[in-house]
Design a protein around this ligand. Sequence first.
Ligand code: ADP
Ligand code: C5P
Ligand code: MG
Length: 225
Amino acid sequence: MSDRTLVIGIAGGTASGKSTLTQTLAKHFAGHVTVIQHDSYYKNNDHLPFEARTTLNYDAPTAFDNDLMIEQVKELISGKAVECPTYDYALHTRAKETVRLDPSPILIVEGILIFAEPRLCELCDIKLFVDTDADVRILRRIRRDVVERGRSLESVEAQYLKTVKPMHELYVEPSKRQADMIIPEGGSNLVALDMLVHRIDRVLGLDPNAAPLNAPIFEVDPQSA
Ligand code: ADP
Ligand code: C5P
Ligand code: MG
């Protein structure tokens, strides 16, 4: 097994299936994977009243405490445990509890805007973008936010039109260019999952032909291409 951490970045629009893909990989490689989510690093807005917090823009890079996240990703890569903040979507602010994250051979970094922050993007060895049509995403988001995140249908609609959609077009969609692999339909894309699992197997040394971490799978000579 490699003594270096393989960092896998998983980005994509809201409700594209990032967290589902992340959980599928984390379950498959249980015990070998640490997951760190950009959402955990939304800024603490305790100083604002609840009503004001409901109207903030949560889809721009400035909504996140990127410095803290980058510091903690680097700590995990260097083999140290971190106390990760947790986020309360119903209250729109950081929760009091922190969660201890231990380092693992595989670190999955997940979030809508991780490739829009160059310092986070640079830390990812494999960059995946989950690509799901906007109509499918909004349908999923309505259901999820009402059932799991304590939202009303009206609030999801208003937020989507005011910030989620324009910020997606401004920041998330262009960040797709940073990706190594674009995965249509995330966790239900069995072909992409199979390729990923094989790549991770190689890193974990579960594959008899295991190559060193980040060794190119194919040597490509651009001159002869
Ligand atoms: P993200 O983390 O990108 O916002 P999630 O993984 O939370 O997206 O998925 C959003 C919602 O859509 C969740 O309720 C999830 O169960 C559902 N979902 C995710 N992938 C699929 C899929 N391939 N088919 C149907 N529903 C899905
Ligand atoms: O899981 P997903 O990628 O959808 O999480 C990111 C989304 O969470 C963003 O699109 C943002 O609008 C939403 N969010 C929210 N309310 C908050 C914080 C984030 O609706 N307080
Ligand atoms: Mg998610």
